[in-house]
Design a protein around this ligand. Sequence first.
Ligand SMILES: NC(=O)c1ccc[n+]([C@@H]2O[C@H](COP(=O)([O-])OP(=O)(O)OC[C@H]3O[C@@H](n4cnc5c(N)ncnc54)[C@H](O)[C@@H]3O)[C@@H](O)[C@H]2O)c1
Length: 254
Amino acid sequence: MGTFSGKVALVTGAARGLGRVTALAFAREGAKVVVTDIDEPGGEGTLRLIQEAGGAGLFIRSDVGVESDVEAMVSKTVEAYGRLDCAVNNAGVVRFQPIVEETAESFDFHVDTNLRGVFYCMKHEIRQMLKNGGGAIVNQSSITGSLTGNPGESVYAATKGGVDGLTKSAALEVAKYNISINAIAACGIDAPGDVFHQWMEKEKISPEAAGNLFPIGRMGKAEELTGAVLFLCSDQARFIVGHLLVVDGGWIAR
Ligand SMILES: NC(=O)c1ccc[n+]([C@@H]2O[C@H](COP(=O)([O-])OP(=O)(O)OC[C@H]3O[C@@H](n4cnc5c(N)ncnc54)[C@H](O)[C@@H]3O)[C@@H](O)[C@H]2O)c1
């Protein structure tokens, strides 16, 4: 029996990177996992890994920036499993670009997935959780946003700061209905395929050299991220409301 046996957990952007490791962690802990993404081969690949490890779940193609997709994502989850207990709004995009070269198209690209997507997901997940009588939502934010800035990430940072605002206010609206909403600000997690790895490959930086950039002296393990996400989704975390939990090997503390 895992911590999430009998529960239904949905993860957006679960075709690779942090979303994939989160989906696999829920499955290991006994949840039925709804893997969602716009990347169908990647999403099916995550589902296959879950099933090969003895877990259960399904893949639903859904673009978080399209409200009808998100509404269908939640209703298909309920058709299959009858409820939705945990949702991790993880889908996100980033393009590194100085602000003077940013375009309206790139601004919309970031906002549609990172901010509008989290808004649509929260809206429809919360509607279902109110019917369930409770639930937990974790939004994948970033240290770049309301905590710190980063050159080349102005628009991305604006969307993640927006996610932090959505998280806090929505959390206050629904806390008394047994629904917890929190966010994670991760950095430097060793999850192959994620944005941090893409940056390491581009800059030709080894995992060891990247690890030395962090006060802890190494990169984070996937289970150090998923441990935080699953904790915030667990019954032990129900008194934590509207919190932004930093999981970054000390980057921000420094
Ligand atoms: N990796 C890091 O170091 C890091 C640091 C801080 C925050 N984050 C955040 O964590 C989340 C995951 O990051 P990652 O590095 O694993 O990213 P990633 O690019 O590896 O994975 C993102 C996933 O989201 C999916 N996706 C993109 N747009 C979508 C849409 N409109 N609808 C549905 N799915 C969509 C992609 O297909 C992909 O599978 C993002 O929100 C990111 O901003 C990551």
